[in-house]
Design a protein around this ligand. Sequence first.
Ligand SMILES: Cc1cc2nc3c(=O)[nH]c(=O)nc-3n(C[C@H](O)[C@H](O)[C@H](O)COP(=O)(O)OP(=O)(O)OC[C@H]3O[C@@H](n4cnc5c(N)ncnc54)[C@H](O)[C@@H]3O)c2cc1C
Length: 472
Amino acid sequence: MVDRQDALGLPLAKHLDEADIQGFAAALRGDLIRPEDDRYHASRVVFNAMVDRHPALIVRCAGGADVMRGVDFARSHSVPLSIRGGGHSVAGKAVCDGGLMLDLSPMKGIRVDPVRKTAEAQAGLTLGEFDHETQAFGLATTLGVVSVTGIAGLTLGGGLGWLNGLHGLACDNLISADVVTADGRLLRTSEEENEDLFWGIRGGGGNFGVVTSFGYRLHSVSRVLAGGLSYPLSKAHEVLRFYHEFANECPDELSTTASLGVSPDGDGVVSVSVCYCGSLDEGERVLRPLREFGSPLADNIEPMAYTALQSTPDAGFPPGRRHYWKSSYLKELSDEAIEVMVEYVSEMPSSATGVGLQQMHGVASRVDPTATAFPHRDEHYDLLILSQWADPAESESNVEWTRSLFEAMKPFFEGGVYVNNLGDEGEDRVREAYGANYERLLALKGKYDPTNLFRLNQNIKPPNQTTSSPVS
Ligand SMILES: Cc1cc2nc3c(=O)[nH]c(=O)nc-3n(C[C@H](O)[C@H](O)[C@H](O)COP(=O)(O)OP(=O)(O)OC[C@H]3O[C@@H](n4cnc5c(N)ncnc54)[C@H](O)[C@@H]3O)c2cc1C
């Protein structure tokens, strides 16, 4: 009964049969929310306020059975299907127009096995919720660096965080996952079962199915030596040159980031942040050269609980802001590249914006690029121009500034892009994100999702599919 198509050629579910919708609702354990429901607006909102889409139906999934029924309903009624984990993707593809949104955020079960050092975690957990449970046993695994992000989208795209040098990416720590595929079956995946699918979901995003539960390997993580140093932006050249040498030499136990932005009192700053995960005495020794370099405006590196570190930046990413990001990988930090960044940061239209360099190294960089679907294995920085602002009237100037800085930085990039930093940037950028693993992912897509039911993501189009997405 679907009778209209949107601008992308996707069917809109405006004229679904009412009896079918009622039947669907009755078959669910979770709630089915429709536009007339008081909870509709809050349920369709995602992190990036630039995204304003209106699904016809939202299922607040209570468990795997709701996910299976939702996938069956979307397939059999040919409605667009979007999958929401934590809702923090900048592209905002967790929410769709006119279709069915499967919201897994109510699914927050987690079971930690402290003896085997593993966790079985449902897909609706945020990083903070996951860390809260695992840290009760002095355990953790690599996730991202902002605790309100969802584990699902983050892990499926790779997952770069403070423990990457010592323990690899989040996806490297997956030992299993339960996946509902396009035919509505729930498949257990691991190195032993459905291993091709298990390979694909470790970097291939939501292209192959809906993950209801992730099995993670955990590691002993107690107090960490962590925090940051900040300097005036005028010192950016010396600081970043030194930082680059220091980061290149640092042991796996230490992971670092650097950023350029504006301090709360409006001055340009360059900051270096660190997390040493190991003996605190050894951490003090390793960090001494960095802490003795120059005259920082502030040095707040200290021993702290891992959960405290993970939630430190949260306040910088409040809900309701508009986001526009551009990103690529950077191997060298040349004087020219630093000059470009300093020049642009001095003229940023929003003081909430920042340019971040997140170091990938150690174990994360030593994994074979074809061992998982995540291809960008190298010692390098994930450079992210993270623009955020509140006022819709300022969107044009912020987007323009971001694009312009990205263009100016292009000569310095090594190429490639982290899939979880991508907005709607067109097929070439999607290919860049999957890199050398693209062809293998394409074959996998043909096997598990030949009709592209799971297309609202950084999409790998199966052969014979031509739907294109807008570029921004
Ligand atoms: C403030 C902030 C900080 C960040 N910091 C980091 C960082 O330090 N390291 C890092 O690696 N990344 C970081 N990211 C990027 C983050 O990895 C992505 O935004 C990621 O998509 C978030 O996952 P989510 O579940 O919250 O997103 P969602 O928007 O819910 O999901 C993103 C996409 O993933 C797919 N998906 C989600 N859940 C499922 C599922 N259960 N099954 C199948 N497909 C699914 C869907 O295609 C969906 O559109 C950060 C993002 C933000 C906003």
